[in-house]
Design a binder for this molecule. Structure first.
Ligand code: GAL
Length: 444
């Protein structure tokens, strides 16, 4: 199990490459040039006049917190550009069925009918799926004119960049290794503090079992949910350095720590809430707010969802054995080549990257701003704590949320976790992950 290491700011920046991207992106860390944006071969001949036309924004933000946060950005945009009609093309499903959104997006991108802008995770999801395919405009000029090279952390700019040029604008940073817990359940069980290790968590889970309460909220109808839990257990059993090694061949996917994590994952699911197999990711919050389960290992969009639902009986702690590590991901927006309303998109990106936009969006979304100069008075205790943690913790990238590994690997990883939960065959799952890593070129 990892210990509770503290890292200096310098170390944090060194590790900020969010995993797989780290080494490769460090090599292209040269400041983006101020060259004009690459000409979009497929740019439509006629662009709507400034201040008019449409703006189609594609995302999977349809849940509480997400909708309101996006709406806060739209409101600011409408105030600035009242003649632009915003088309909110959001597809329901969250990160689980984000797969659906991604499939539709892929079809549209390949078919030359891109949305004007779309939600995309910084890191491998952006670069591997869209930039390398030559479907995005580079944004060096915008970064320079908006001063973003000075206000986004260098590591984040690297994650947005390919061959030294940025291709997307980060709107936030989410932490994915959070354990959300029901404070009343904890107090009723006579616990003074939340479980900090998996050993403590299982002891708590036994107490809850005796009361008929699930220890872990699980959306079993959507296996990607458990894959999210699994990456957090991987960080716990491997520690941050070995976890990062999974993406460059330094750590093998059949390492003893990976197998230990699989065993723990299987054991956690013995303590899931009743009927968990039929719960979809989009409905998981009700499991927590109704008290059917006591803890949930999930990213901090949960904070936004709980706020939106008016749920108050909760608090948070790092996922067990991950104290001192910040598993990160970042939502961003970019400019696809051939966007029908290019000028409107550029204004959208300016807003997404602005202090005003980030301070309107993030306090509702449950994420911290990508910018380093927020108006802290707008952020609540959870977010202030998380802004601090981001400065001091070791940063690693999330697999499930696109930062650490390419989408092809994420798909395989999800399938393996799903198969593991059914077969309980740890050896087979480890072999499958080794194969998936080889196929994705993660083996060094
Ligand atoms: C993540 C995304 C978050 C939130 C979450 C919901 O991948 O980055 O913003 O949408 O999915 O499941």
């Amino acid at each position: 199990m990892s210990n509770n290491r503290k890292f200096t700011r310098r170390q944090t920046l060194k590790l900020i490459g969010f995993g797989a991207a780290g080494a490769a992106l460090a090599a292209c860390a040269a400041p983006p040039s101020a060259a004009p944006a690459a000409p979009a071969e497929s740019k439509p001949a006629e662009q709507p006049a400034a201040g008019g036309g449409k703006l189609e924004i594609f995302s999977w933000w349809t849940s509480g917190g997400e909708v309101e946060a996006l709406e806060a950005l739209y409101k600011l945009y409408r105030e600035k550009y009242p003649n632009v009609e915003i088309i909110n093309a959001a597809l329901a499903g969250g990160a689980g069925q984000g797969g659906n959104m991604k499939a539709v997006l892929e079809t549209r991108m390949i078919g030359g009918d891109p949305p004007d802008s779309f939600q995309v995770h910084l890191g491998q999801e952006l670069i591997g799926s869209h930039v390398k395919a030559g479907r995005m405009e580079e944004l060096s000029e915008l970064y320079a004119s908006e001063g973003w090279n000075d206000v986004f952390p260098k590591g984040l700019i690297e994650l947005a960049s390919y061959e030294g040029k940025p291709y997307s604008v980060p709107v936030n940073i989410h932490r994915s290794n959070v354990m959300w817990y029901n404070v009343k359940h904890l107090a009723d069980a006579g616990m003074e503090k939340p479980p900090a290790t998996w050993d403590e968590w299982f002891a708590y889970a036994e107490k809850l079992k005796a009361k008929g309460i699930g220890a872990l909220a699980v959306a079993g109808a959507d296996p990607n949910f458990s894959a999210h839990v699994f990456e957090n257990i991987l960080v716990a059993t491997l520690g941050p350095d070995k976890y990062l090694g999974l993406f460059n061949g330094q750590t093998k996917w059949d390492d003893a720590g990976v197998k230990e994590a699989m065993g723990l994952l299987l054991k956690t699911h013995e303590y899931a809430q009743d009927g968990y197999q039929s719960v979809a990711w989009g409905d998981i919050n009700e499991v927590m707010t109704s008290g059917k389960a006591s803890t949930m290992i999930m990213g901090d969009w949960t904070h936004g969802l709980f706020l939106s639902a008016g749920f108050k009986d909760y608090h948070w702690a790092p996922a067990p054995n991950t104290n001192g590590v910040f598993v990160a991901l970042s939502d961003s927006f970019g400019l696809p080549k051939g966007a029908k309303n290019r000028e409107n998109v550029i204004n959208w990106l300016k807003l997404c990257g602005s202090r005003e936009g980030q301070d309107a969006f993030n306090p509702i979304k449950g994420s911290i701003p990508a910018r380093t100069d927020p108006d802290l008075s707008k952020y609540d205790d959870y977010l202030k704590e998380t802004i601090e943690a981001f400065k001091t913790n070791t940063i690693v990238g999330s697999i499930q949320h696109g930062a650490a590994a390419p989408q092809g690997f994420v798909n395989d990883y999800d399938t393996v976790v799903s198969t593991l939960l059914a077969s309980k065959d740890v050896e087979a799952a480890a072999r499958q992950l080794v194969d998936a890593a080889n196929a994705a070129g993660l083996s060094g």
